[in-house]
Design a binder for this molecule. Structure first.
Ligand code: GLC
Length: 801
């Protein structure tokens, strides 16, 4: 009989005393008696990387998440030592490493305030089943600390008191609290004492985060393999944390084409061709703006990727061209499962070239998806990704598909309990061979990456557009995303709202939900309220399974159609504003949606709000999320705001009832904002824009606004052919001054700005345009004051008596 085996005694293991320290430029090594090494790299003054090994040697340093474009470099690096600690000082942080046990404490160097502190810190358990370690980290929860982020969790925005898992999972009809679902983004932001920091745990194994659930004063994270490898990112502004995380894991590689920011219509599935045409024609007939129409799996021949069902679509190239002539881009779905069919060229080629994933003992990984039994390309192998990219030649270059939709790439497998590959499946992992335990969370990301490269190549000189369901940190470099198979319920409207905000604060702004719900069918009222929210999401698409009826804007009653049209028109009018927000995302990693806590982290009222959010920098939105509502209570953040519909001025810093009948929703504009608007269009670039409206909201004081413009597609903007305008507004009690500064070489088509002045507290007696007095007859006063000026103006003074 075996009693008290060693196995039973094994549990948590800890680093012992540090006995040696070494510095190699920006990287510090701390060696303990028991062979643990902490490798601490100073990436920037505010970004530190912590990496631990328990064997004395590190694994090959390879990450799919970290981009080669990440910024590095610091202003200051000082290391001192006393009996108890090593102390590392940068211009932003002070970091102490305890000699006794390697525990770490990080301070704001300016205030000496603790920002983040190891509780027991790094520890581990040996994994007897698989080898290697279960690596763990525990941190002390600070007083009134809140936690945000983690990608697509359908949970309250503030994660405090909860535990989560990261393992990308096909989650049809998931619900509030379902965990995990489609994405694995092991990055969170902590906020306490008005200061925010982030932790990105770059480990692709199944990982867990516990924000004070198990023990109220401890936040911990761990993974079922790999290394304890995390980045600490200091703000202290939440927005800066997210920008720095995005810098590390990548901004989108280019701007989306402007059409991709229009409205998209999708269904599983529109076919045959006549049905697709009937849908697109109806949009034009009813004058509901729309830019993209989707082909779901039924366009294929027996669900074989890169084929067409010729009965339904006899001449796809002609159809795609006709749709394009009518202002529609065609987006087609491509799944990872390749049908086992020796007659099918894609299957044959991948088999010949040995591109399919295999089980540990040799056989191919076989699983059922839509086409029946399939094999699956190993997208973690560079050669396979290249091959996959090449498969898009015909679809994109020849047929003219403008967007590719990658689905089921968790990878989803049907009729098996774990919904995906078994753990033993082997992957190349870019030359670091491993099992599915390690590659699972990046499989979909690598598929989307390969798709992106194919799209980019064959669509050149136009920009690629890709959408993916599965994602790991960094996927935002290549593609947009949606939140998967939701349900047509009011609760899911709430979920869609928090998910889009959470994705934005997890570095992945280009996201949206299946508007109206994928499963089941919404009532007209729910559909309307969902459209109202959806037009403020960076990705705006109606999609449904089609099992329960139609979900086009006209599928309900006429009132619904009218309200839906009105809101989609607002999206199209605000396109220059949204495009400017995308420019800030691509340039600086600035999230497009900002939850109130990110907008004003110092106001503790915002820390537990979920519904209200900022769309870009200056528009505050709050969806109606309940039936039969005539309005709602909402929190208006500190500052002064204009009601978008009525121009009523409201003071923030409090909750307020806001009227919103079914044809309205709470929208507020920050005072001093200058909001650029296009005329209504049925699709992007339908019209040559010759005038942009600027809605100017008077403020006593200063505010600055921006407007980015370029050719709306292509890469010229990367060579300086863009225009970036900064507008400075200065309001006094009897004067309003607008100044414009333009950067960039692009000459836009528009010639004039039409200024609509809101809330001016004085009567205009004199107007000076670039130092010349012009007649006030130029003013139109019908509710708002409006005037048309040359787009090149540099300074306008509106002067009162
Ligand atoms: C999955 C997708 C859904 C798609 C369907 C058929 O359920 O999430 O969007 O319509 O597959 O392709």
């Amino acid at each position: 009989m075996i009693v008290n085996t060693e196995l039973e005694q094994k549990g948590n293991l800890f680093p012992s005393r540090i006995i040696k320290f070494q510095k190699d430029v920006d990287t510090l090594y701390f060696y303990t008696e028991n062979n643990v090494v902490l490798q601490l790299t100073v990436l920037r003054d505010s970004v530190l990387r912590f990496r631990y090994t328990t064997t004395g040697t590190f694994e090959n340093d390879f990450s799919y998440a970290i981009t080669k474009y990440a910024s590095t470099g610091y202003n200051k690096l000082e290391i001192t030592e006393n009996d108890d600690f090593y102390t590392i000082i940068t211009s932003k942080l002070k970091c102490e490493v305890s000699k006794k046990d390697g525990r770490v404490t990080i301070y704001d160097v300016l205030t000496d305030q603790i920002i983040n502190q190891d509780e027991i810190g790094f520890h581990w358990e040996e994994s007897y089943e698989f080898g290697g370690n279960i690596v763990k980290m525990s941190k002390t929860v600070n007083e009134r600390e809140s936690y945000f982020g983690l990608g697509d969790k359908p949970e309250h925005l503030n994660l405090k008191g909860k535990r989560f898992q990261n393992w990308v999972t096909d989650s049809y009809a998931f619900g509030k609290h379902t965990d995990p679902i489609y994405k694995a983004i092991p990055f969170f932001t902590g906020l306490h004492h008005g200061k925010a920091y982030g932790i990105f745990f770059d480990n692709t194994f199944r990982s867990y985060f516990d924000f004070g659930q198990e023990r109220r004063n401890v936040t911990s994270f761990w993974a079922q393999g790999g290394e304890m490898n995390y980045y600490f990112i200091y703000g202290p502004k939440m927005e800066t944390v997210v920008e720095n995380y995005t810098d590390l894991t990548g901004k989108p590689h280019q701007l989306p084409p402007l059409w991709a920011l229009g409205f998209h219509q999708c269904k599983w599935s529109y076919y045959p061709e006549a049905e697709v045409k009937a849908i697109t024609s109806k949009f034009r007939e009813l004058q509901i703006p729309c830019d993209a129409i989707y082909l779901d799996i039924d366009y294929m021949d027996g669900f074989r990727c890169f084929t067409w069902n010729k009965d339904y679509f006899p001449d796809p190239k002609r159809m795609v061209k006709e749709l394009a002539d009518d202002g529609f881009k065609t987006v087609a779905i491509i799944d990872p499962g390749i049908k086992i069919d020796p007659e099918y060229s894609v299957f044959k080629e991948a088999l010949d070239k040995d591109y399919f994933c295999k089980r540990a003992d040799g056989p191919y990984m076989k699983g059922k998806v839509w086409p029946g039994e399939c094999f699956f390309p190993d997208f973690t192998k560079p050669e396979v990704r290249d091959w996959w990219s090449g498969l898009f030649k015909e679809l994109v270059e020849d047929i003219g598909i403008q967007g590719v939709w990658n689905d089921m790439n968790e990878p989803a497998v049907m009729e098996v309990p774990n919904k995906t590959f078994p753990d033993d499946v082997r992957h190349d992992y870019d030359g670091n061979p491993c099992s599915h335990r390690k590659a699972h969370n990046v499989y979909g990301m690598q598929m989307a990456r390969a798709t992106y490269h194919g799209m980019k190549k064959f669509n050149y000189p136009k920009r690629p557009f890709v959408i993916t369901r599965a994602a790991y940190s960094g996927t935002q470099r290549y593609t947009s995303t949606w939140t998967g198979d939701n349900v047509a319920t009011w609760e899911h409207l709430w979920i869609a709202n928090v998910q889009a905000q959470r994705m934005a604060m997890s570095g992945f702004s280009f996201a949206g939900s299946d508007i109206g719900g994928f499963a089941e069918q919404p009532q007209g009222e729910l559909f309307t309220r969902w459209i109202q929210l959806g037009i403020f999401h960076p990705f705006c698409r109606v999609h449904s399974s089609g099992d329960h009826g139609d979900q086009e804007p006209w599928a309900f009653d006429e009132d619904v159609t009218d309200v839906v049209r009105k809101f989609i028109e607002i999206r199209y009018q605000l396109l220059p504003y949204l495009y400017t927000a995308f420019w800030n995302l691509v340039e600086h990693g600035t999230p497009i949606l900002k939850s109130l806590v990110m907008y004003d982290q110092e106001d503790s009222q915002t820390h537990y709000r979920t519904d209200e959010f900022m769309y870009g920098n200056q528009i505050l939105v709050c969806p109606i999320q309940e039936p039969n509502a005539k309005g709602r209570r909402m929190y208006i953040p500190r500052g002064t705001w204009y009601n978008f519909w009525t121009d009523e001025v409201v003071q923030g810093g409090k909750e307020k009832w806001v009227d919103a009948e079914i044809d309205s929703m709470p929208i507020f504009i920050k005072e001093g904002a200058i909001i650029p608007k296009y005329p209504k269009q049925q699709y992007v670039d339908e019209k040559v824009i010759d005038e942009i409206t600027l809605d100017v909201y008077y403020k006593k004081g200063k505010e600055s606004s921006q407007l980015f413009d370029d050719a709306h597609d292509g890469y010229d903007y990367t060579k300086g052919r863009y225009s970036f305008r900064t507008f400075k507004l200065t309001g006094k009690s009897n004067e309003l001054i607008l100044q414009q500064h333009k950067e960039g070489k692009y000459e836009a088509t528009f010639k004039t700005f039409k200024l609509n002045i809101h809330g001016l507290p004085f009567e205009i007696k004199e107007i000076q345009l670039d130092n010349e007095t012009i007649s006030i007859e130029h003013l139109k006063v019908d509710g708002t004051i409006a005037m048309v000026v040359d787009k090149k103006f540099t300074e306008i003074h509106l002067i009162g008596a």
